[in-house]
Design a protein around this ligand. Structure first.
Ligand SMILES: Nc1ncnc2c1ncn2[C@@H]1O[C@H](COP(=O)(O)OP(=O)(O)O)[C@@H](O)[C@H]1O
Ligand SMILES: [Mg+2]
Length: 220
C-alpha cells in the first residue's frame, strides 16, 4: 500500500500538533503515525515573509525532516543487531497523503494506549521515580554512545512509552545536524559538549540535575 495509495487524512483530526508538523494516526496501521508539515494545511495562516521564503526555496520545509531521517538511519545502522534498543522513534519512510508528503513513523504509546507523555508532562504528573529516572539515564547515555546530534532536543521531544513491551524514553523530534559544515557529526567532543548543554537545560526545566561528569540526571 505504501507505494501506490494516497493516504486520506483530510477527514481526520491530528492526534498532536507541534510547531511545524501535524501528527495523525496512520489509517489501518495502529503502530504508526504520519507527520505532515502544517504549512500544507490550507487552513493555516502564515506571514508574507515566511510564505515568500517558502515560495523561493520550497524544499526548506523538508530540511529538518530529511536530517532527522538521515540521523535515525545512521543510528539504526550503528546499532545493527540492537535496533530495538534505538532511542529514536523509527522512521519508516515517506508516504503520499492528501495533505502532501507525510513521514511514516513508529508510534510511541503510553500505558493507556494514547500517545506517550513527554518528559514535561511526566514530571508535572509526578510520574518520576527511581526506576523511571534510571530509564531516563539509559536514554541519555545512548544519545552519547550513538553520537546523536541535538538540533532542538527539549522536554517535549522526549517521550516515555514502550517498544515491544519494554518501557523506555524516546526522542521523537529535534535531532540531525543541519549545519552546512557538519562539525558536530565530525567531532565527538563538540557533539558531547552540545549534548551536555541541551540535557542540562532540560534538567533545569524539569527540576532535575544533570551531572556531566557521569552523564546522568538525578532528582533535585
Ligand atoms: N513517534 C511519536 N510517538 C508518539 N508521539 C509522538 C511521536 N511523534 C510526535 N509525537 C507527539 O506529537 C507532538 C508533535 O510532534 P513533533 O514531531 O514534535 O512535531 P514538530 O516537528 O512540529 O515539533 C510531540 O510533542 C509528541 O507529543
Ligand atoms: Mg517537536
Amino acid at each position: 500500500m505504501f507505494a501506490a495509495e494516497v493516504v486520506s487524512l483530510s477527514g481526520l483530526e491530528p492526534l498532536a500538533t507541534g510547531r511545524v508538523r501535524s501528527v495523525y494516526a496512520f489509517p489501518g496501521q495502529p503502530d504508526l503515525l504520519i507527520k505532515v508539515a502544517t504549512l500544507q494545511n490550507p487552513q493555516h495562516d502564515y506571514s508574507l515573509g515566511k510564505r515568500l521564503v517558502r515560495h523561493l526555496f520550497p524544499d526548506t520545509i523538508h530540511r529538518n525532516t530529511l536530517k532527522e531521517i538521515e540521523c535515525e538511519l545512521m543510528a539504526a545502522l550503528k546499532l545493527g543487531e540492537d535496533i530495538p534498543g534505538s532511542p529514536l522513534a523509527r522512521c519508516l519512510g515517506v508516504v503520499q497523503t492528501d495533505r502532501g508528503p507525510g513521514v511514516a513513523v513508529e508510534r510511541i504509546s503510553g500505558p493507556d494506549g494514547n500517545l506517550a507523555p513527554h518528559l514535561q508532562q511526566l514530571r508535572k504528573s509526578g510520574g518520576m521515580n527511581d526506576a523511571v529516572l534510571e530509564d531516563l539515564n539509559v536514554f541519555a547515555r545512548k544519545l552519547f554512545d550513538l553520537q546523536i546530534v541535538a538540533r532542538d532536543i527539549h522536554n517535549k521531544n522526549i517521550v516515555y512509552g514502550h517498544r515491544g513491551g519494554v518501557k523506555a524514553f524516546f526522542l521523537i523530534d529535534g535531532y540531525g545536524e543541519r549545519n552546512v559544515v557538519p562539525l558536530r557529526s565530525l567531532s565527538r567532543s563538540l557533539n558531547d559538549r552540545s549534548l551536555h548543554k541541551r540535557l542540562d537545560l532540560i534538567a533545569q526545566k524539569t527540576r532535575l540535575v544533570w551531572h556531566s561528569d557521569r552523564c546522568a540526571f538525578s532528582l533535585r
